[in-house]
Design a protein around this ligand. Sequence first.
Ligand code: HEM
Length: 459
Amino acid sequence: MSTITDSVAPQTPPTRTPKVPGLPLIGNVLGMAKDPAQFFVDCYRKYGPVFRVNILGNNYTTIAGVEAANFMGTREGRECLRSKEFWEGLVAEYGATRSLTGEDGESHKSLRDVMKRGYSKESIKGRYNELVELTDRAFVRDWPVGKMVPVVEAMQYMVVDQLGTILTGVAPLEYVKDIRVTILHILNVLVTRQRPKFLLKFPRYKKAKARVQELGAKMIADYYRTAGQKKDEDKNLIDDVMEAHQNHPEIMPASDLILTLTGPYVAGLDTVANTTAAIVYAVLKHPEVLARIHQEVDVLFASGTIEEDELFKKIPSLQGAIMETMRLYPIAVAQMRTATRDFMFQGHLIPKDELLYVGTSVPHFMEEYYPEPTRFDIDRFQKPRAEHLQPGAYSPYGRGPHTCLGKSLAEVQIALSMARLFYKLDLALEPADYTLKTKTAPTPGPAMDFKVRVRGYRH
Ligand code: HEM
């Protein structure tokens, strides 16, 4: 028999969990596809922190709001939620035994320990100026003066160049398209299950996946070519993963190497590209914010080099704009989990093996935490307001044991890239009152046809 635990002790029998009405066969897929963040907020307002949705015949219980965000970080949350089911399709597709994202408990901890250093801010220490050079290189390559540039795509190239160089030592730009196609299919079909399985049989996907595997195999071969020649402080994620494979094959078997080594692209490409594209839109849409950012970045880059410890102190407006964009355009609207056992949440019984959405982004849109929640207000994060510090109110990088491992690295990557972009380029929305179109699959963010005009170079 399973144990029933509760974050709020049950005084009465469990409340019946309301079901969100939907259409036959497809359920709530239309509402979710249109605007998933708003869909969860509307349901939360109507039904409270626990409700059931149906997506293409699959039932999911959703737990949402600050209640759910806070629950994920508790011991009970860690024990009652697991990630396995949502990632096992990806793991099988690579012929692997497991992935960091799909493990929980001790095996998750040991994998996370292997990758912690490689994914951390440490990996970028002393390399801020190099990151700036990579960003400048992207401008010359993908942001021609006078042209309308597709922002998400240009950002994808920039991100692969940066992550590849910083985390793995190589910038596999010739693989960007393959990585994109592979991620798109895997996330849509196998992880979020918003698209049918037959898509994985198409030659376009098969070719792209084979190329990503080729990239992984190259990374392994490169490692063996240079193994033993690196000083400890020069080692990167690849070195750490390969050493774990050699010393602890029970943690990192050969079958898991390619999935693990190409992981930074899966984890970083779409997340950072969508987020940075949304930042470009939000800032250009608010000229008063752009003017404040210009002032900051002109000072930041005036001396030609970056004082790493000073970065965030020098760009409070840009940092506010980044955080505000991540509040309003979260790329992870909800996390997907399975109940490991029966448990009570907010008076509702969540049965063992139930598939769950955890709607951590719901508070982002609630006036209870963010007055005038639709307003792009870059000062709401500054003390004394610090609206994001209210418990459970701000979760752009997720919550609990799977909280983004690349968070502190991503924060530097995004801040520096955006600082450099607004310093260097004179960009404009066209028409000036352009309103962003968004996409929802696989990662919510600006539509691929969002373009900006490069009017020239500011510096
Ligand atoms: C805008 C930037 C990013 C956002 C918003 C973001 C968001 C997230 C979120 C919400 C999760 C948790 C998913 C879950 O709980 O199911 C996650 C996990 C993860 N992220 Fe990020 N991410 C970003 C960038 C990056 C980058 C640049 C990297 C590294 C290259 C990275 C590496 C990871 C890894 C390895 C995990 C898995 C952690 C685990 O399962 O223990 N992320 N990210």
